[in-house]
Ligand binder design. Structure first.
Ligand SMILES: [Zn+2]
Length: 140
């Protein structure tokens, strides 16, 4: 929970990143999913880059306002001990983990979950840089 609510940008800019009760409930789903992912990756350590982003923090980092991060439903992470982000994304793609969105980003993996009670889209995408469109599938 702490890892998922910590924001380097918030700390640096002195912004509040305290999750609301609803966001905390969502973050618990993400934390449980990340435990499953860690097991999938052979219990290799996971380094969280970004979990929850409060509206102020999201704005400061230039995130889209509809971002699942703002609802506490997403996690950006790497697991260098397991492999490159593409290898991590492929392992999740081939698993039966119930993700809503799996995105291989330029340097990390984004996993987004559906709100409790909603169906997961199981959408897999690749984004090679901030300036290009999403591609369908996980593409190395
Ligand atoms: Zn993300």
């Amino acid at each position: 929970m702490e890892e998922l609510s910590f924001s380097e940008a918030a700390a640096r800019l002195g912004l509040d990143n305290t999750p609301s009760p609803i966001v905390r409930a969502n973050l618990k789903l993400v934390a449980a999913c990340m435990e499953v992912i860690r097991t999938l990756l052979g219990d290799k350590p996971i380094v969280v880059h970004s979990g929850y982003r409060s509206p102020q923090v999201n704005k400061a980092v230039g995130g889209v306002t509809t971002s699942a991060h703002c609802r506490g439903l997403a996690c950006d992470f790497v697991s260098p001990a397991f492999g490159a982000p593409a290898e991590v994304a492929l392992a999740i793609l081939e698993s039966d983990i119930d993700y809503d969105q799996l995105i291989l980003e330029y340097g990390w993996v984004h996993v987004g979950l559906a709100q409790e009670g909603l169906l997961s889209r199981r959408e897999a995408l690749t984004k090679r840089s901030p300036w290009v469109a999403y591609e369908l599938g996980i593409r190395d």
